[in-house]
Write a protein that binds this ligand. Sequence first.
Ligand code: NAP
Length: 226
Amino acid sequence: MKKFNGKVLVVGATGRTGLWVLRRLQAYDIPARAFARKADKLAEFRDLEVSLGKIQNASAIRSAVKGCDAIICAIGATALFGESSPVQVDGDGIIRLVDIAKENNVKKFILISSIAVTKPLHPLNLAFGGVLSQKLRSENHLRKIYGQDGFAYTIIRPGGLKDGEPFKHQLQTGKGDTISGVIDRADVAELAVLSLWVKRVENETFEVIRSAPAEQKSLELYLEKL
Ligand SMILES: NC(=O)c1ccc[n+]([C@@H]2O[C@H](COP(=O)([O-])OP(=O)(O)OC[C@H]3O[C@@H](n4cnc5c(N)ncnc54)[C@H](OP(=O)(O)O)[C@@H]3O)[C@@H](O)[C@H]2O)c1
């Protein structure tokens, strides 16, 4: 039996975490649609549904969310100014996506945010366009809009992102934004996919970093014992 019945829209699908989300959905045989600015970075996926558009474009988002049961959002700013900036992507962009998803009855929203979003004086926030404050703004909006009956959210706040393989480390989770460290994008993607069906993380916000290297059979336990 499938772990999750429904189609998942992956936003920021061409990003380094987004690509891992698509791979992990594929591993569980869960149908996916990718929302992306360009399809060329998705060439490794055969028969993948792609919905092209920018996070600024409400009508492109409306087409992308149609018929989807859940969203995994791995989008993030890649420039200080313009359409890839923190304010336009991590702030306004995600807020637009949340509103349109809710209007179109997408039941579940899983957001990949960041540790330290509650720390306005963090060096990353000061150096990169207030990215952490923008992420907190969209987190707050998601909690308000998807915390309502019949809908559910999960907010994952990873530490600094690395590019290793999944299932190679033990993980440490936290609440209240007090831990710091790093984690592999592949494990963050796996946690996002698990959040589709692990009830324990419904309407939860938590931080996660990696700890000792150790082969892992599953990461589900880390969510169950949150
Ligand atoms: N880097 C870290 O150490 C760190 C730590 C904690 C949390 N995070 C957060 O974790 C998430 C994943 O990070 P990552 O490093 O894997 O991401 P990434 O590789 O930088 O990918 C960012 C994604 O966002 C997309 N994007 C940016 N602007 C867009 C726009 N205007 N419209 C549509 N798509 C747009 C990019 O599309 P294109 O491919 O078209 O550019 C790409 O798919 C992000 O939210 C990031 O802020 C990062």
